[in-house]
Design a protein around this ligand. Sequence first.
Ligand code: NAD
Length: 336
Amino acid sequence: MRVCIIGLGYIGFPTACIIADAGHEVVGVDVNRDLISKLKNGGLHIVNENGLADLANRAIESGHLTVSEKPEPADVFIIAVPTPFKVSGAYTAAVRPDGFDKAALEVAATYENPIADLTCVEDATQSIVPFVKKGDLIILESTVPPGTTADVVCRILEHGSKLRSVDELFVVHAPERVLPGKIVHELIHNDRIVGGVTPEATQAGVAFYQTFVQGEVIGTDSSTAELVKLMENTFRDVNIALANEFAIICERLGINAFEAIKLANRHPRVNFLSPGPGVGGHCIAIDPYFVIQAAPQESQLIGLARQINSAMPNHVMQLFEELVDEAKAAGRIVNA
Ligand SMILES: NC(=O)c1ccc[n+]([C@@H]2O[C@H](COP(=O)([O-])OP(=O)(O)OC[C@H]3O[C@@H](n4cnc5c(N)ncnc54)[C@H](O)[C@@H]3O)[C@@H](O)[C@H]2O)c1
């Protein structure tokens, strides 16, 4: 199959290499000219990823992977562009296109929740419109709020190509759940969720991922697939918030939080993550906001967890300053 991958970052580039290595003809596309020119000159923009350099060399030398600044016609298009968040004054309008909801606004204001910035997804989708033909499979891998594949991606594709996403195109969401450092291994071996906007799209998406994924490829609908990805990272965020809350409780009670958590985790069905100033990676601190954006009134615990975790860097700095003051008072630190 001919595959066109839009966005050659931490997700898109290793994915392009793996798909090319599986025998597909892949063109990798990125708007970053320096990145494309580096790749064309034999360089690599992602380092410290086990196995990626060998895989990339093999894919490029075999001629199965080429790179370009512009999309090309293909049978499969994969969009793997960034989805950061943005702070928006138009929060409620974005959340509730059907009308003003005061309660939703109050929840948003209380927790100062940002919303997803879908500009890159919209631009990337727009960029493939001239090349999409009847029967093509279009995959959104970027992490997005529930409904984005069916609403945003399908709307742009249908408007531009005049093809119907219900019976002329196969449109799916296939979220990523890789660990930096182990991306190549996990892209091949992790189970994958593939959610189509129609059952036929799901079937086409599952069949495609089965050509290079060794884990189980599980089909569902696109909104469920979008939410599943957000649930995974939200689970970790809320778990860390609970660990952080216990860490603060332990400070109040004069108990060592790390010792208490280590002992609690000896219970066979308890698994606290570690308290601390950060929640790890860039996804966990962003993805819960996409859930809150979709259902602000119903996301009370998720919003509170974000609030607790966001306050931790300041709290840890305060503890650090107290330690420094104590050390200075005891003469263990002398001002330079
Ligand atoms: N990195 C991870 O560990 C990870 C894990 C799971 C999910 N995700 C999700 O995957 C998506 C991609 O993340 P990433 O880490 O690969 O991002 P990244 O920033 O590493 O790479 C994205 C690439 O897309 C390019 N790009 C942006 N707009 C474009 C356009 N219109 N056309 C072509 N190229 C364009 C950028 O130049 C960049 O090279 C995000 O939604 C992210 O949340 C990432």
